[in-house]
Each structure stands twice: as structure tokens, then as C-alpha cells.
Write a protein that binds this ligand. Structure first.
Ligand SMILES: NC(=O)c1ccc[n+]([C@@H]2O[C@H](COP(=O)([O-])OP(=O)(O)OC[C@H]3O[C@@H](n4cnc5c(N)ncnc54)[C@H](O)[C@@H]3O)[C@@H](O)[C@H]2O)c1
Ligand SMILES: [Zn+2]
Length: 377
């Protein structure tokens, strides 16, 4: 039996609004119309939303696939880039949907990376008090992370993702063939989150990722399909158990406490995946120093991340003095201590009754000083 005969892999995610499917398979974009109309037969009109890189590549194809099934579908594009994940673009898109006279029987198909998924998802969450959304993930970040879990929203001048809503999709479609057009550096950014999945939950997956890094970076569609399936299964399991992050979902924050601080201190010139890559290694060093994380774990992580051409140390460009301010402003800070997810070893999170524990900000800064500035990024 070959892959086509088997059809796409289906992973079910449970959410408060009911279960939804994530389909992963090469060539899936061609049958997008069929999958979408089968799952969401009550939607009469579709707004396909994509950024201006992805709209000409895949937005038109998804729109055509819906029209072939007899649906009314229109394409709405917005300028690509995180700087456009704003309330301004939300307003422009909702106005455009209103001008097109889309009603309560409409649905949104978000075709693109995490920016599109978050922005178009938030449009769907709020338009007419909420219409269905289908996520068609085209970046690795979207495939392994943002398309699953139901978080949508936009950035504000005060910070990223501060205005948004939980709006689980009705369906997620992932066609690994689209990685062909994704720039290599964008692929690497997404694989950082997949390495995180392996590091917190699945040692064999971690090893497999490290071994197939060259194929994954080069955009090999079969290797991408195998890895994306595993990441989707892992993320689906976590968010199905804990959609709103009171428990297990917290493990997904590994690498993100220091990662977010590094990202902010760099004025967002350090991309998120790179920041998380450095953050995971530093948090592992911290865990080792505290005697929580098995020694050698940080170097093991760094070795895998370097295979993805990701940074594992932070350059002297951001002095820890600046970082300190961002760490102290972390919403999880209490009395000079910040909550952090620490590994037991590669593949397992340390749990002492909670999935995260309090770490002194001073020792975090000390680790950054010791290990942070010894190589350029
Ligand atoms: N909702 C969540 O749970 C969640 C999780 C992780 C990240 N995010 C969000 O995701 C965003 C980052 O996502 P991203 O890295 O995908 O950014 P992105 O959506 O900006 O995509 C990165 C770039 O790749 C382009 N692109 C995407 N797919 C392509 C393809 N197949 N071929 C050619 N070009 C393609 C885009 O046009 C863009 O220029 C951030 O805003 C972050 O907050 C959300
Ligand atoms: Zn992340």
C-alpha cells in the first residue's frame, strides 16, 4: 500500500467546542475542497484569507478547490509579516468581509503560516460573534504548532498576542508539499518547536529529528510529513488534555521563559524559533546547575539544534542587564523568582507535583552570563 492509497493521516483533537480533525498528507491541497465541504457542510460562503506571499502560491488553489465543490469563495489578502498581525489588519479584513456581505453562514479558511492562522482565526472568532475557521498550515511553525490548539489573536504595541480569543478550528489541513516554496531559514524556525516536542515528551522523536535534520531543512516532503505527523500527535495529545493551560499544556512553554525575554530584549530582531532554541539550551543548563536536569542534557539539545542551523548561545549584543528587566516583567514572576519548565532529561519534563517550578532570576542571569555570550548568533 503506498501513501496515496492510505490517504492522509488523521489526528483528532478534543476541544471544549467539540473534536476536530487534523489531516496530514502530501497532495492534500488538491482535495481541500472535498475535505472542507464534507466536514463543514453548513457553510455557504468561504472567505479564504492569506498573506500576499502565500495568496498567489496557494490561496488561489484553495479558493478554486472550494469553487469546484460548488461553493462561493473569495480570496482576501493582507501584507505578509508579523508587523501586520494587528488590530488594524483585523479591522481591514472584517470590513472587507462585511463589504462582501458575508453573513452568519460564512466561514474562513486561513491559508498560511502562524501570522495568518492567528489573524484570520481572530477574524473568524469575532465576525458575526464567531464563524467557523479551517486552518490550512503552510509554514513549519503553523504545521507543528500554531494551527493546532485554538489560540488566535493579534499583537499590540504593548506586546505580542495580547488581544485574542480561543477559537478552535473545524478542520486543520497540512500538505507537506508546500514546504518546497518555504525559505530554508523559515523551515528551521519551525523545527525548533518540533525539537521542543521531542525534548519534553518523546526521546525517539528527538533522535529521529536530529538524524533527519538535513532532509527537513532541505524541504524533503516525505521526511517533513513523518515529522509533522509526530509533532501534531504530541501537540494534539497535550492540548486535548488541557485546552486552556491549567496543567499539562504548560510543558509547551519549555525554552520560552528565557526565549521570550531574549526575543524582547533583542527588540524582536531575534526570530522566535531562534530565541526558543537558545532558551531551551539555557534552561537546560540552569536545570543541570540546579541538579534537576541530567547532566549532559544541554549539550545534547544544543547538538540537535545546531543540526537545524539554529543558534544555541546568545551573543553579547544583549547585555543581561537588559534581559533582567524583561525577566522581572514576566507575568509568572513572584518575589524575584520566575516559573520555568525544566527537563528531567531529553524526552521528559521534571515534575515535582507541577509541570513548572520557581527559579531565582539571579541564577537565570548568572547562567546567561556564563553561557550566553561566548559565541555570536
Ligand atoms: N496560535 C498559536 O498557538 C501559535 C503558536 C506558535 C506561533 N504562533 C504565531 O505564529 C506566528 C509565526 O508563524 P510563522 O513563523 O509561520 O510566520 P508567518 O506566518 O509570517 O510565515 C513566515 C513567512 O513564510 C511565508 N510562508 C508561509 N508559508 C509559505 C510557503 N509554503 N511558501 C512560501 N512562503 C511561505 C509567509 O508569507 C511569511 O513571509 C507568530 O505570530 C506567533 O505568535 C501562534
Ligand atoms: Zn514558541
Amino acid at each position: 500500500l503506498n501513501e496515496t492509497e492510505q490517504g492522509p493521516r488523521r489526528v483528532e483533537v478534543r476541544s471544549a467546542r467539540g473534536p476536530y480533525d487534523v489531516l496530514v498528507g502530501r497532495g492534500l491541497l488538491g482535495s481541500a475542497g472535498q475535505h472542507i465541504t464534507e466536514r463543514l457542510p453548513d457553510v455557504r460562503r468561504w472567505a479564504v484569507i492569506a498573506d500576499d506571499h502565500v495568496a498567489p502560491l496557494y490561496g488561489g488553489r484553495v479558493r478554486a478547490a472550494l469553487e469546484e465543490r460548488g461553493c462561493d469563495a473569495s480570496l482576501f489578502a493582507f501584507p505578509a509579516g508579523e508587523q501586520h498581525k494587528t488590530r488594524g489588519q483585523w479591522q481591514r479584513l472584517t470590513d472587507a468581509l462585511l463589504a462582501a456581505e458575508l453573513g452568519r453562514d460564512a466561514g474562513v479558511v486561513a491559508v498560511g503560516g502562524g501570522v495568518t492562522g492567528d489573524l484570520a482565526g481572530f477574524v473568524a472568532a469575532t465576525y458575526m460573534r464567531g464563524i467557523p475557521v479551517v486552518q490550512v498550515a503552510t509554514s513549519i511553525v503553523a504545521m507543528v504548532d500554531s494551527s493546532v490548539g485554538g489560540k488566535t489573536g493579534v499583537d499590540t504595541p504593548a506586546g505580542k498576542n495580547l488581544v485574542g480569543a480561543f477559537h478552535p478550528p473545524g478542520l486543520v489541513l497540512i500538505d507537506p508539499d508546500v514546504v518546497a516554496t518555504l525559505p530554508r531559514t523559515e523551515r528551521a524556525q519551525g523545527w525548533a518547536e518540533a525539537v521542543k516536542h521531542g525534548a519534553i515528551l518523546d526521546r525517539p522523536y528527538f533522535d529521529e529529528l536530529a538524524a533527519s535534520a538535513p532532509e527537513l531543512l532541505a524541504g524533503d516532503a516525505d521526511a517533513t510529513e513523518r515529522a509533522v505527523r509526530r509533532s501534531v500527535e504530541l501537540k494534539a495529545r497535550v492540548v486535548s488534555d488541557d485546552e486552556r493551560e491549567g496543567g499539562l499544556r504548560e510543558v509547551l512553554n519549555f525554552g520560552h521563559t528565557l526565549g521570550h525575554a531574549l526575543e524582547a530584549a533583542s527588540d524582536y530582531t531575534l526570530p522566535h524559533g531562534s530565541a526558543v532554541s537558545v532558551g531551551m539550551v539555557l534552561e537546560a543548563r540552569l536545570g543541570e546547575r540546579m541538579g534537576v536536569t541530567k547532566s549532559g542534557t544541554a549539550n545534547h539539545l544544543a547538538g540537535a539544534l545546531e543540526r537545524f542551523e539554529l543558534p544555541t548561545t546568545f551573543s553579547a549584543a544583549t547585555p543581561s542587564g537588559e534581559l533582567e528587566g524583561y525577566l522581572r516583567r514576566d507575568k509568572k514572576v513572584r518575589a524575584g523568582r520566575v516559573r520555568m519548565v525544566l527537563l528531567q532529561c531529553v524526552g521528559e519534563v521534571a515534575n515535582d507535583g507541577h509541570w513548572s517550578r520557581e527559579v531565582a532570576i539571579d541564577s537565570s542571569l548568572d547562567v546567561i552570563d556564563t553561557y550566553g555570550a561566548d559565541a555570536g548568533v
